[in-house]
Design a protein around this ligand. Structure first.
Ligand SMILES: *Cc1c(COP(=O)(O)O)cnc(C)c1O
Length: 430
């Protein structure tokens, strides 16, 4: 496999963009490789600048649940473009989108569109603080909620991978209001409430953590968070930026049967466009300007083109709910194939799956929190990634991420992936 063109572009890229990329994980640093520059995508596959093709398990980190260049999403995009790209004035499609989200997600009675998941969590926390009149928030070690100052505290994904617990440039004064608790550890949260109960505005959590590798929350843990927040007058925020419209149409909230007070969305709701949203109970959301005193705005928020594609993505999912069971079937097929390979080769690896999200951890498990996943062998993951890449499979370029499946993935793609997985593991452990 040749990477000459990608290499050339990368050499140019580093001159003009920090690290040559617009988001750190794309630099492939934690798998010791140079980034692959993508030229196009169709269905389950992507093609790079050198003409290599890959079965794609990143899917833009989740948004492309229907695969690349899905015809339905693109069918009248030209007409929409020709009627104007952006107005900075309200459009009807924003109302359609908002109504659709409200109808789909139990806890959301009103919703505000933004441009990224980062903006969604930032705004949700501001609203929770405004509503409660309190400053402190609880987040969990290993959860990632975007790159807001107050949430870059021992946060997941990039930060774990690079071994940097907090970002430079974040004032200590800001993070002093962030309490970091252990994922899946209710006692830890209760202790925080004993100490700071009256000051805690909100708990923010990934109900199924996808940014330390895949670590689903235990049901009792989420139920515990629901009651402890209720008892203390704090807001429970589910960050469903990954899981919303992915693990089921009603998100993790529906799967667990637990209603938060607020929820954040991103990724899938934009269908590949830069879209985020936050919403919640009417009483809370009416705090947002211009109805209430919490300021939040956006020049391109609710951008018509992004709304059309995002809305179409959601409509397609809502009208074909068997998509979710089909996706899970594919994921189970992949999970079982990999599990069989691991057993046959007798290696210390664990495949974790939740609906259509998976992580192959190079460690024994169980994986219930950040400390657990830290025990994984990232060197082996790095080798594994490169072995799979050379066999035409694009995996997340870091151990502490998830694979995302799309409906475009065929049984042949999965069979090929399982075979490649066997060969890759064999090559590494021989
Ligand atoms: C991706 C992600 C975000 C941040 O979204 P961006 O659009 O990248 O800003 C927030 N929360 C979770 C759980 C995510 O996975």
């Amino acid at each position: 496999m040749d990477f000459d063109k990608s290499k050339k572009i990368y050499e140019e890229a580093v001159k003009y963009i920090p690290g040559g990329v617009n988001s750190p994980v794309r630099a492939f640093k934690s798998v010791g490789a140079d980034p692959v520059f993508v030229k196009s995508g169709l269905g389950s596959k992507i093609e790079d600048e050198d003409g290599n093709t890959y079965i794609d398990y990143i899917c833009s980190w989740g948004p492309l649940i229907l695969g690349h260049s899905n015809e339905k999403l693109l069918e009248d995009i030209e007409g929409i473009l020709k009627s104007g790209i952006s107005f900075g004035l309200p459009t009807k499609i924003e109302v359609d989108m908002a109504k659709h989200i409200v109808d789909s997600y139990n806890a959301v009675e009103m919703v505000r569109m933004v441009n990224s998941g980062t903006e969604a969590t930032m705004s949700a926390i501001r609203v929770a603080r405004g509503y409660t009149g309190r400053d402190k928030i609880i987040k969990f070690e290993g959860c990632y909620h975007g790159h807001n100052d107050c949430l870059l505290v021992k946060s997941g994904s990039g930060a774990i991978t690079y071994g940097v617990p907090t970002s430079s440039g974040v004032p200590a004064d800001i993070v002093k209001n962030t309490i970091v608790c252990r994922y899946n550890d209710l006692e830890d949260v209760k202790k925080a409430f004993e100490k700071f109960g009256d000051d805690i505005a909100a708990i923010i959590i990934e109900p199924i953590a996808g940014n330390m590798g895949l670590v689903p929350a235990k049901k009792e843990f989420l139920e515990g968070l629901r009651s402890v927040t209720k008892e203390n007058g704090s807001i429970l925020i589910f960050d469903e930026v990954i899981t919303g419209f992915r693990v089921s149409y009603g998100g993790a909230s529906e799967v667990y049967g637990i209603e938060p007070d607020m929820a954040c969305f991103g990724k899938i709701i934009g269908g590949g466009f830069p879209v985020g949203a936050y919403g919640g109970k009417r009483e809370i959301m009416e705090m947002v300007s211009p109805t209430g005193p919490v300021y939040q705005a956006g020049t391109l928020s609710g951008n018509p083109l992004a709304m059309h594609v995002g809305y179409k993505n959601l409509k397609t999912l809502s009208e074909n709910k068997d998509i979710y069971s089909e996706l899970e079937k594919k994921a189970i097929m992949l999970e079982e194939g990999i599990k069989k390979n691991i057993e046959e080769l007798n290696i210390d690896a664990t495949i974790v799956r939740f609906k259509s999200m998976l992580t192959l951890f190079f460690g024994k498990g169980p994986f219930e929190n950040f400390d657990d996943v830290q025990s994984c062998d990232t060197e082996v993951y790095s080798k594994y990634f490169n072995e799979m890449l050379s066999r035409g499979i694009m995996l997340p370029p870091a151990q502490f991420e998830c694979m995302f499946l799309s409906t475009a993935l065929t049984d042949e793609d999965i069979e090929y992936t399982i075979k490649a997985n066997y060969e890759a593991l064999k090559a590494i452990y021989n």
